[in-house]
Design a protein around this ligand. Structure first.
Ligand code: GDP
Length: 190
């Protein structure tokens, strides 16, 4: 069966929003539930953009609120597809908040949402295969594979030990459904 291939770049989305008093909780910090809602929205947009169909959220791995967000800060969420299964996509999301007056940026959260692509009847459908074009994308792919436990079945039997060259060889020999052809040697070793 012929698959459609797409780069990680095709999935990338950024969303920025100024935090209003109406988003705060009783102690004046931004409500965690509001942030979760923004994260779900960007995961939905990212997965839908990549797959070309609407998605549902299957799971979230995991949400740690690293730093509180204040009213008046500019929150930026960045998302991309890090890994694909048959109809599933793992969407990574990074949340940063910037103090408008000082310019200081703090990392608030990184989470990984598994989204499933659906057709108009609600059936799960095949998503495009992932074309990896940088060392960072390969690292994220490997971490995602490890995270969902797919690594044992589809890539290699050993856990990822940080040796990218060895991991890439294992990926190639296991015929993992990613395209590494665009990766330059310099990108891998750099
Ligand atoms: P990482 O997963 O170890 O790289 O941890 P990070 O906290 O840096 O990022 C979490 C996730 O957010 C990444 O896996 C990406 O999916 C996504 N992400 C991070 N930086 C960017 C960016 O600059 N643009 C986009 N579109 N997504 C990003």
């Amino acid at each position: 069966m012929d698959h459609q291939w797409k780069t990680v770049g095709c999935s990338e989305i950024t969303l920025s929003q100024l935090m209003l008093p109406s988003h705060s909780n009783f102690s004046g910090k931004i409500h965690g539930g509001y942030l979760l809602s923004l994260m779900d929205q960007i995961a939905f947009a990212c997965g839908s953009k990549f797959s070309g169909s609407y998605c549902v959220t299957a799971s979230v791995d995991r949400v740690d609120f690293l730093n509180p967000i204040e009213v008046g800060e500019l929150v930026t969420l960045k998302a991309s597809v890090n890994y694909v299964g048959n109809s599933s996509m793992m969407v990574g999301i990074r949340v940063d908040a910037q103090n408008i007056q000082t310019g200081e940026v703090k990392h608030c959260n990184s989470s990984y949402f598994t989204m499933i692509a659906k057709n108009s009847s609600g059936a799960s459908i095949q998503v495009p295969r992932l074309r990896l074009t940088s060392r960072e994308e390969v690292m994220r792919y490997l971490k995602a594979a490890e995270r969902i436990g797919a690594r044992q079945q589809r890539i290699a039997s050993e856990p990822f030990d940080g040796d990218l060259t060895k991991a890439l060889a294992a990926m190639a020999s296991a015929h993992a459904d990613v395209d590494l052809a665009l990766l330059q040697d310099a990108a891998i070793s750099g």
